[in-house]
Design a protein around this ligand. Structure first.
Ligand SMILES: [Zn+2]
Length: 170
């Protein structure tokens, strides 16, 4: 069934591979908001990401990707967080760069953010003051495992010089 206003429900999840998908571009008053689906597991074929790993990588990568974009005046991170289906993450970015630059800019950004996580020595905000469930967090090594998984997908992107592409339901 094709659903009118939800792009993600129109994706054919039976043909989905791990990948970095530019899934949606919204424009509001001249600012574009881009949603990336960072799909780390193949639905129904691979085990979902554990809550511990999702939560730990959320803390680490959200910090990394915000720090990496701090000096960029044309890219602002709006949101990074796990998919409810536990097969990946959403990255939401506000930007006014030209769409011909998306691949270069975001490939580079994801690579830098993953490498930033690989250099971390602790999980940011792992305390009761800054997190709503800090005892469910893993270690920085758990986040590094996820970052290495994501770097494999970034390498695929670099080989194909493009984002991964969705198949849609008819
Ligand atoms: Zn938390």
């Amino acid at each position: 069934m094709k659903i009118k206003n939800s792009v993600s429900f129109n994706v054919d999840h039976s043909k989905l591979k791990r990948g970095i998908y530019l899934s949606k571009i919204d424009t509001f008053n001249g600012v574009k908001t881009i949603t990336f689906d960072l799909r780390m597991r193949v639905p129904y074929k691979e085990e979902v990401i554990s809550n511990m790993e999702l939560h730990t990588f959320e803390h680490c990568f959200a910090t990394a990707v915000r720090d990496v974009t701090e000096d960029m005046d044309n890219v602002q991170i709006s949101y990074f967080g796990p998919m409810g289906c536990q097969t990946g993450y959403y990255l939401v970015v506000n930007t006014d760069i030209d769409d011909s630059q998306y691949y270069n800019v975001f490939c580079n950004l994801l690579e830098k953010a993953c490498n930033y996580v690989l250099g971390m020595t602790e999980v940011p905000a792992k305390n009761e003051l800054q997190c709503g469930n800090c005892y469910s967090l893993g270690t920085v090594d758990d986040a590094k495992k996820s970052a290495r998984d994501m770097l494999v997908l970034v390498d695929e992107m670099k080989q194909q010089k493009d984002f991964h592409k969705y198949h849609f339901v008819d």
